[in-house]
Design a protein around this ligand. Structure first.
Ligand SMILES: Nc1ncnc2c1ncn2[C@@H]1O[C@H](COP(=O)(O)OP(=O)(O)OP(=O)(O)O)[C@@H](O)[C@H]1O
Ligand SMILES: [Mg+2]
Length: 253
């Protein structure tokens, strides 16, 4: 069955890293094709997956789509939007990457989101799984880019603030009645020692902790070199730990 996973959490906690590792996992299992969606205006999932990103969904307007009058003759609005979406889709081996790009005006992502909402379901239907990376903060939840998600993976680093931010994301998702099958909490860059220190706060906030991903020098080095996470060694501790998490999410064991 198709699984749609969205990643959320405080800034810099490892959302993009976990999204890329999820794609890597699915490729390794032959669970293809995968649709990877970069819904962060500061798009960098492409880099993490070693994909060259050309157009973005958000750039459609700059590309000349300000309104109906810009639609070439003979095309309906739907056809035009579909065509533009396909232009923002970068194809790679076993997966495609859709990059949302920058919002239209200050703080407004409406244009891109209205389009993506409308065509996402249709587009997603052509894939085995969908993995969506999101921006930090909660705004994207109110913009409802993460609708119809089987698993909302909420990431925190080894800090109380990250855990509290994760709690707010889970609460907001529930409050807003966003269709999330299951909210899962992941601690990233966390040692056993820091886990012990954080456990009281995790319990106090009733966080559904499903995985602890260790600090991994290999990931750090890939970032420094600008290398894709698809190239990092399979014996890297963070890859091994996240594979166990993804076994559970995708139930492919
Ligand atoms: N388990 C880990 N071990 C070592 N480094 C990590 C680990 N997870 C993430 N990092 C590093 O932490 C930094 C931030 O990670 P990442 O970009 O995935 O976070 P993010 O939540 O997507 O950030 P943003 O909010 O800016 O989008 C990156 O340099 C990444 O390589
Ligand atoms: Mg990110």
């Amino acid at each position: 069955m198709m699984t749609a996973v969205a990643v959320a959490g405080k800034g810099g906690t490892g959302k993009t890293t976990l999204a890329a590792l999820a794609v890597r996992y699915l490729l390794g299992k032959g669970e293809t094709p995968v649709l990877a969606v970069d819904a962060d205006p500061n798009a960098n999932l492409g880099q993490t997956l070693g994909v060259e990103v050309g157009l973005t969904v958000g750039s459609m307007r700059e590309q000349g789509f300000a309104g109906e009058r810009d639609i070439p003759g003979g095309m309906t609005k739907d056809q035009f939007v579909e065509y533009k979406m396909s232009e923002a889709l970068a194809e790679s081996d076993g997966f495609d990457l859709l990059t949302m790009g920058r919002p239209e005006g200050a703080g407004c992502y409406c244009f891109a989101n209205n389009l993506i909402r409308r065509f996402m379901d249709e587009l997603a239907g052509g894939y085995r799984h969908v993995v969506m990376d999101n921006e930090a903060g909660l705004e994207h939840l109110s913009r409802r880019t993460t609708r119809k998600t089987d698993v909302l993976l909420v990431i925190s680093d080894a800090g109380v603030r990250g855990i509290q931010a994760a709690r707010r994301v889970l609460d907001l998702a529930a409050e807003m009645n966003i269709e999330v099958g299951e909210g899962m909490f992941v601690l990233n860059r966390t040692s056993n020692k820091s886990l012990a220190a954080l456990t009281p706060e995790i319990e106090r906030l009733k966080m559904p902790l499903v995985a602890v991903i260790p600090e991994d020098q290999g990931l750090f080095e890939a970032e420094v070199d600008g290398r894709s996470l698809l190239e990092v060694s399979g014996s890297a501790p963070a890859v091994i730990a996240s594979n166990t998490l993804f076994d559970r999410i995708f139930a492919l064991r």
